[in-house]
Design a protein around this ligand. Structure first.
Ligand code: NVA
Length: 310
């Protein structure tokens, strides 16, 4: 049966661990995989901007001997409302071996996957960003040498794809996660995802907590994580208001002092210095953001191989 990666919840802990092991091997011995995807085609479809996801998927396919078709919404009859999503899924399945999609609407992605007979990868929806989190956990494993007995603090806009996928992964692996955001529905993580993560966390014996106090969240954390105040799907017209409300949740030198001395700072990028993080933190010695970005490539390769049963 074909397998998709639409959500972190599509992965069991065993599968996630094997992805990380595979990604480590791919990172160490990239040449061993030069022909792994010979004559295989991955299509990437973007309705929103991308740097890391687009380029790392392209390079991943190139380095594994496969082909890539980069397809963008501007030229697509589907994005223009001229072709049903169900039909597009069926057509693409006749040409390609696997597809990665970036689109804001998560339900549309699920509908696409139901109609496709090839594996579908979520390359970011407004609800989740699983590829990012596979790369992030590879980074955490490299830096902390373990994935348990750790506290991850997420500070900022928490009604956010990265926060949601992080919650599910922390719950699965047994990391405590403390989220800090303004106490307004607009910035709080989606209740259904919180419920899902808490149910898993109960079994792994960790806590997922939410507080309006960023210092409380950061206190004693091993990992301090933030994301943009202005995710791709948020209109520019909201920027001024959001910055005002989210600024108290900025990761800066004052906040990082509450984390452990050897804590790492993570950000999925793109980042705006002076908004969600100050330049001295993101460019400082605790920051691992560029290792994180590099690991997207190794993680992406592992995801493609896993879904293609290679
Ligand atoms: N939350 C961000 C993630 C970017 C990789 C966004 O959706 O724009």
């Amino acid at each position: 049966m074909k397998k998709d990666l639409l959500s972190i919840s599509d992965l069991s802990k065993r599968e996630f661990l094997s992805l990380l092991k595979k990604a480590q091997h791919l990172k160490k011995y990239p040449k061993k995989y030069h022909h792994a995807l010979y004559e295989k085609t991955l299509m990437t479809y973007f309705q929103q901007p991308s740097l890391r996801t687009e380029v790392s998927f392209d390079v991943a396919m190139f380095q594994m001997g496969g082909e890539i078709i980069d397809y963008h919404a501007e030229t697509s009859p589907w994005a223009k409302g001229k072709e049903a999503l169900e039909d597009v899924a069926k057509v693409i399945s006749r040409y390609c071996d696997i597809i990665m999609i970036r689109m804001p609407n998560h339900e549309d992605l699920v509908k696409f996957a139901k109609n496709a007979s090839i594996p579908v990868i979520n390359g970011l929806t407004s609800l989740e960003h699983p590829c990012q989190i596979v790369g992030d956990f590879l980074t955490i494993l490299e830096k902390k040498k373990k994935l348990t007995n750790l506290k991850l603090a997420y500070v900022g806009d928490a009604n956010n794809n990265v926060t949601h996928s992080l919650m599910l992964a922390c719950a699965l692996f047994g990391l405590d996660m403390s989220i800090s955001c303004p106490a307004l529905e607009e910035f709080l993580p989606q209740p259904s995802l919180v419920k899902q993560a808490k149910t898993i966390a109960q079994k792994t014996g960790v806590n997922i907590t939410i507080t309006a106090n960023p210092r409380e969240a950061a206190q004693n954390s091993d990992i301090l994580y933030t994301d943009s105040f202005m995710s791709y799907h948020i209109p520019k017209s909201q920027e001024k208001r959001r910055v005002k409300l989210l600024k108290p949740f900025q990761v800066n030198q004052e906040l990082i002092k509450y984390a452990k001395k050897n804590a790492i700072f993570m950000h999925c990028l793109p980042a705006k210095r002076g908004y969600e993080v100050t330049a001295d933190v993101i460019d400082g010695k605790q920051s691992v953001v560029f290792d994180q970005a590099e690991n997207r490539l190794h993680a992406q390769k592992a995801i493609i191989l896993h879904l293609m049963h290679k």
